[in-house]
Write a protein that binds this ligand. Structure first.
Ligand code: ADP
Length: 317
C-alpha cells in the first residue's frame, strides 16, 4: 500500500489541480483508507467527508491510476440488507449512467466490495445551494438567474432523455470548483416509457412535492417545473413557499395553493414563480418559456459567478 501512495503523488501534482483542490493533495488523502475496485483494477484513496445522505456517506476520492479526484458515495451493505433497497440503488445508477451534460453530475463508476457499494461521481467541491443559502440567507436576482438558467438546462436535458427527476431541491443542486451547477441525486427519478404516461406514485418523499404528486392524480414532467418554482422562491426569499412547522400543514397549503410573497420581491420574479406554481400541471410554463420569461430578460444575467458568492453578497455592474 505504501508504494501506491508514493508513486503518483509527486509525479502528477499538476494533474490533480484540474479538480481544484490545489497541489497539496497529500493533505486531503491519507493511505489508511484504500478502496479497490477489482472489476476495473482501480485503487482509490478516501479523502475528506463531503456530506451525508439518507443511505450514503459521500467522500472525496482519489483515483490512484489517473490521479484524478472524484466524489464517492459509499453505502454500507449493512444498511441495504433488504433486496428492494439494493434495487433502488441499482435503478438510480441505471438512470444516471448514460447521462452526460454540463449541468448534470457525471456518473463515473459503480462497484462493490465485501463491506460497501460505491458510486463514483464527478466531484462538486463547493457542495450545494443549501450550503450557499446557509451563509447568504437569500440571493440577488442576477445570481438566481445564473443558477436557474443552469438548472433549467440540466432539467431540459434529463427530460429529453425521458427522465423526471422528482426531487429537485437546493441540496441536489451541487457546485463544482468553477461554480458550475450540477444536478444530482436520481434516487426518486423515473423514466417515462411512452408519450403521455402518467406516474401514479413516488417511492420516497420529494422535498418540493407538487400537488398532483401529493394527490396521486397521475404526474409527469410538470412536477419538476413546480419544483423549479419552489427553488426560485427559496433562493430569493430564503425559505420555501409552503413551509410550516408540520408536514401535514405544509401538504394542506400545497393542495390549497396557499402561499404569499414578501414585499421585497419584484413583479417579474413574482409572476414567474406564480406561473411555475400553477396548481394545474398543464398550465405551468415549458422549460424554454421559463428562460424566455420577463424575469430573465429584465435584468443582468451573469455568465460566470465568483466563488466568493458562496459566502458574501456580490456587487454586479
Ligand atoms: P443519499 O442518496 O443517501 O441521500 P446524497 O446523494 O444526498 O445521498 O449525498 C449526500 C451528500 O453528499 C449531499 O448532501 C452532498 O452534500 C454530498 N454529495 C453528493 N454527491 C456529491 C458530489 N458529486 N460531489 C460533492 N458532494 C456530493
Amino acid at each position: 500500500p505504501g508504494q501506491i501512495v508514493h508513486y503518483p503523488m509527486e509525479a502528477n501534482r499538476n494533474t490533480s489541480d484540474v479538480n481544484g483542490l490545489g497541489t497539496d493533495i497529500q493533505q486531503h488523502f491519507d493511505n489508511t483508507h484504500i478502496i479497490y475496485d477489482n472489476s476495473t483494477d482501480t485503487t482509490y484513496l478516501r479523502g475528506r467527508l463531503l456530506g451525508k445522505g439518507g443511505f450514503a456517506r459521500c467522500y472525496e476520492i482519489l483515483n490512484l491510476n489517473t490521479n484524478k479526484i472524484y466524489a464517492g458515495k459509499i453505502i454500507s451493505k449493512t444498511r441495504i440488507s433488504k433486496p428492494h433497497q439494493k434495487q433502488k440503488i441499482l435503478r438510480e445508477v441505471q438512470l444516471q449512467k448514460n447521462l452526460k451534460h454540463r449541468h448534470v453530475v457525471e456518473f463515473i463508476n459503480y462497484f462493490e466490495d465485501d463491506s460497501n457499494v460505491y458510486i463514483i461521481l464527478e466531484n462538486c467541491s463547493r457542495k450545494s445551494l443549501v450550503h450557499v443559502l446557509k451563509h447568504r440567507k437569500y440571493l440577488t436576482e442576477p445570481e438566481v438567474r445564473y443558477y436557474l438558467r443552469q438548472l433549467v438546462a440540466g432539467v431540459e436535458y434529463i427530460h429529453s432523455n425521458q427522465i423526471i427527476h422528482r426531487d429537485l431541491k437546493l441540496g441536489n443542486m451541487l457546485l463544482n470548483n468553477e461554480m458550475d451547477l450540477k444536478l444530482a441525486d436520481f434516487g426518486l427519478a423515473t423514466k417515462v416509457d411512452f408519450a403521455g404516461e402518467k406516474k401514479m406514485t413516488v417511492c420516497g418523499t420529494p422535498n418540493y412535492i407538487a400537488p398532483e404528486v401529493l394527490q396521486k392524480k397521475g404526474h409527469s414532467f410538470e412536477a419538476d417545473i413546480w419544483a423549479v418554482g419552489c427553488i426560485m422562491y427559496a433562493l430569493l426569499v430564503g425559505r420555501p413557499p409552503f413551509e410550516t412547522t408540520t408536514l401535514k400543514e405544509t401538504y394542506l397549503r400545497i393542495t390549497e395553493n396557499n402561499y404569499s410573497f414578501p414585499s421585497s420581491l419584484t413583479t417579474a420574479a413574482k409572476n414567474l414563480i406564480r406561473k411555475c406554481l400553477h396548481p394545474e400541471p398543464t398550465s405551468r410554463p415549458l422549460l424554454q418559456e421559463i428562460l424566455a420569461d420577463e424575469f430573465f430578460v429584465c435584468g443582468y444575467l451573469p455568465h460566470s459567478l465568483s466563488p466568493t458568492c458562496c459566502t458574501a453578497m456580490p456587487k454586479f455592474p
